[in-house]
Design a protein around this ligand. Structure first.
Ligand SMILES: Nc1nc2c(c(=O)[nH]1)N[C@@H](CNc1ccc(C(=O)N[C@@H](CCC(=O)N[C@@H](CCC(=O)N[C@@H](CCC(=O)O)C(=O)O)C(=O)O)C(=O)O)cc1)CN2
Ligand code: MET
Ligand SMILES: [Zn+2]
Length: 756
């Protein structure tokens, strides 16, 4: 038995079988009342705590549970509710909470954006004009609940003030410190009340410390934590970082807090280097994030125990806690429900519950020798398995990573071939995934309906939407992606070396989840994945139907990836596989092909110094996937984030003939780089927000297009929505697209008149 304690940073909210998602959606649909909903949430919250206790966790996180998102919870706790959602004096009602998250007829939702470089998205607090006040001490409420109901002496978890303000919007950079100051007394109250209630530890999350802070911001951070420790002298603050090494280790360890949480998985070598060179204060606890909180492989105990030995040379054993590298929110709940994956893979997996077990092993290895041995054996078996050949497939070396002709020359050939109208209209790929589509897929999966019946059903949907696109008058069609459960999982199911699970869901935003595929071996192409549906769609119309694929970087970033070879190498393998599909489509006569890369921007490393290396290999992977085609074949790509100014050169380097991007979330402001004319290939600017049920008017779309045309040449301009339409209703989709086409036709006319 060691003196090391175990701790965790947060637990998945979804439940083993997405019970949480189902409750939220029933409540929104009105089939579950508010009281029942609150009861259900409490039931789930307590069951998660109970499970963590049973797994032997010493410090159980409290208050990480949420009814939507923890950033939204924090904003609401501080009364930061935009005026458009009505006045709120005291506790914010559930209806307002969900209105902020999801929008209403009257008030558009708050913005949502990616949580660091994960596929989790948080609601962005809007600070403008807000006078924050403490509506309710939520950490205290849940601390007391856990104590009373389960006898758990929990560790409340709070988003720290520096990270909270940094991730919020609605203020100028110079106002940063004044907003932190406004929040400080509220944090003080939370902490003093927790102290009075008998809490021993509180975890304050400051993941922003793994990105970077300016000198001034560090100064503000220091003052803030000095203040907070003085306010509640008997409450131990664990200042928690994750997703990488801290930006300034020396400043970090000099802060007057009782404990510091560091990530020993992502940024491992830098963190280790820091601790070896600069030591660790003897009066603080080191919360060592040694178990990977973002990936799903069983731990290599030899390596982890070795790491702990190193740490013990620097930090006294009783001052060490072992924990995951970040909240377990980013991994599925348990491997126990998985029945259909290869045994050697199954044996190598650790989801949230299994990771808690691993912490127990690290805490007390001699009591768990069986698990320890077992893990090592499983890892070894996986490493030795035949699907990891380790020699790179020979075609990678020979494959082309650029198109033979430069864009300007391809453009001429393509104009001739395609003969599209000025300002062509198109959509991004998916059409509404209705309950009916999903139920058909479930029935097919369960064997309740035959493959033939399923295929016929999908064909019916394709036909229906080809007709709708004809009626609306779009110029370039899509087949609608009805056969796909998800843009990444679908391809994961069809490529060699990638496994898919039955229940391994992870929250992406709100109640929306993804089931990331598991890339466990060398990725290889087996056979065409999308040709049949695309050809079927093309057979029904004379308009071009775009082939629709997910790009290698997005498949990589939105999957769980093997950790024995470099990501770059895995990405190259996927790129070769996707290039085969591109060729298959072209050979079948589909010569306009979109390869989506929304995660290229999202997956960028947090530290700017690591960007270029990442961009180099990810751009190359995209080019490998898309360069094996004729000059006249038109390659499109799509990214649904608008922050491109700093990587515009890399977007250019993708060398796609057309890129479609999101713009509506930048509130009509054009991306600077496009304004300055640095981008000289086809561009489809998203002309309306697909995240909202609101139907944009012809007028507002026209306005958007006209504004864009002041700086962009009409000959390069495409008109499309921001992203795919799978989450929208059918009626919303057709109404919005009709207006979009009308707007494009109006502007087209006026441009042509000017040209005459
Ligand atoms: N991987 C990924 N990441 C992404 C995106 C994306 O599209 N994919 N988009 C961005 C935003 N994130 C999103 C993430 C998920 C969803 C989404 O719609 N998810 C669906 C699940 C999609 C899915 O896998 N569906 C399966 C399983 C559906 C299901 O639950 N079926 C029921 C039966 C049908 C029903 O009762 O509704 C069952 O099996 O019991 C299918 O269609 O086959 C959801 O949570 O509802 C949307 C956006 C960024 N990250
Ligand atoms: C998250 S990007 C989505 C692109 C995909 N083709 C779709 O339309 O759904
Ligand atoms: Zn998109």
């Amino acid at each position: 038995m060691t003196n090391i304690k175990s701790s965790s940073l947060g637990y998945p909210r979804l439940g083993e079988k997405r019970e949480w998602k189902k409750a939220l959606e029933s409540f929104w649909a009105g089939t579950m009342g508010e009281e029942d909903f609150e009861r259900r949430m409490k039931e789930l919250r307590l069951s998660f705590l109970k499970k963590q206790k049973e797994k032997g966790l010493d410090l159980i996180p409290i208050g990480d549970f949420s009814c939507y998102d923890h950033m939204l919870d924090t904003a609401v706790m501080f009364g930061i509710v935009p005026k458009r959602f009505g006045k709120s004096a005291g506790r914010v009602p559930l209806s307002t909470y969900y209105a902020m998250a999801r929008g209403t007829d009257k008030a558009p939702a708050c913005e949502m954006t990616k949580w660091f470089n994960t596929n989790y998205h948080y609601i962005v607090p809007e600070l403008e004009q807000s006078e924050p006040f403490l509506t309710e001490n939520i950490p205290l409420k849940f601390y007391q609940e856990a104590k009373k109901e389960l006898g758990i002496e929990g560790k409340p978890v709070i988003v720290g003030p520096i990270t909270f303000v940094k991730l919020s919007k609605g203020y100028e950079p110079e106002e940063f410190s004044s907003y932190v100051d406004k929040l400080l007394p509220l944090y003080e109250t939370i902490l003093t009340e927790l102290e009075e209630a008998g809490a021993s530890w509180v975890q304050i999350d400051e993941p922003i410390l793994s990105v970077s802070l300016s000198d001034d911001e560090w100064q503000i951070l220091k003052q803030t934590y000095e203040h907070l420790t003085t306010a509640a002298p008997h409450l131990k603050i664990l200042l928690q970082t994750y997703f990488g090494s801290v930006d300034d280790y020396q400043r970090m360890i000099s802060l007057p807090v009782a404990g510091i949480g560091l990530d020993f998985v992502y940024g491992r070598s830098e963190t280790l280097h820091n601790i070896h060179v600069h030591g660790f204060p003897s009066d603080k606890v080191l919360a060592a994030g040694v178990i990977d909180g973002r990936n799903i492989w069983r731990a290599d105990f030899r390596e982890k125990l070795g790491l702990l030995e190193q740490l013990k040379e620097i930090v006294r054993e009783e001052n060490i806690m072992v924990q995951p590298s970040c909240s377990l929110l980013h991994v599925p709940v348990t491997t126990e429900l998985e029945k259909d994956i290869p045994q050697v893979l199954q044996d190598s997996l650790a989801f949230a519950d299994e990771k808690l077990m691993e912490l127990a092993v690290l805490k007390n290895p001699s009591a768990h020798e069986d698990i320890l041995e077992n893990s090592l054996r499983s890892r070894e078996a996986l490493a030795q398995s035949s699907f990891r050949c380790l020699s790179r497939p020979s075609d990678i070396k020979e494959i082309r990573d650029s198109r033979p002709l430069p864009f300007a020359e391809r453009q001429k050939l393509q104009e001739e071939k395609w003969n599209l109208p000025l300002l062509p209209t198109t959509t991004i790929g998916s059409f509404p995934q209705t309950r009916e589509v999903r139920v058909k897929r479930r029935d097919f999966r369960k064997g309740d309906i035959s493959k033939q019946e399923y295929v016929q059903y999908i064909q019916k949907r394709i036909e229906e939407w080809i007709n709708i696109q004809e009626d609306i008058g779009l110029d370039v069609f899509v087949h609608g992606e009805f056969e796909r459960n998800d843009m990444v999982e679908f391809f994961g199911e069809k490529l060699k070396g990638i496994a898919f699970t039955s229940y391994a869901w992870v929250q992406s935003y709100g109640s929306r989840c993804v089931k990331p595929p598991i890339i466990y071996g060398d990725v290889e192409y087996i056979k065409p994945m999308t040709v049949e549906e695309t050809l079927y769609a093309q057979s029904l119309t004379d308009k071009p139907v775009k082939g629709m694929l997910t790009g290698p970087v997005t498949i990589l970033n939105w999957s769980f990836v093997r950790d024995d070879i470099a990501e770059k190498e895995v990405c190259e393998q996927i790129a070769v596989a996707i290039s085969n599909e591109v060729k298959a489509l072209e050979e079948a006569g589909i010569e306009m092909i979109q390869v989506d890369e929304p995660a290229l921007r999202e997956g960028m490393p947090l530290k700017e110094k690591e960007w270029q290396e990442y961009l180099d290999w990810s751009v190359r992977a995209f080019r490998i996937a898309t360069s094996q085609v004729k000059d006249t074949t038109q390659i499109h790509t799509h990214m649904c984030y608008s922050e491109f100014d700093d990587i515009i050169e890399d977007i250019r380097a993708l060398d796609a003939d057309v890129v479609s991007i999101e713009t509506s979330r930048s509130h009509g402001e054009l991306i600077k780089a496009f304004e300055t004319g640095q981008y000289d290939k086809g561009i489809g600017l998203g002309v309306y927000d697909i995240h909202s049920p609101r139907i944009p008017s012809v007028h507002e779309i026209k306005d958007m297009v006209e504004r864009a045309l002041r700086v962009l040449p009409p000959s390069l301009f495409w008109v499309n929505p921001d992203c795919g339409l799978k989450t929208r209703k059918e009626s919303e989709t057709t109404a919005a697209l009709k207006n979009m086409v009308q707007a494009a036709q109006d502007v087209r006319l006026s441009v042509q008149q000017k040209q005459v």
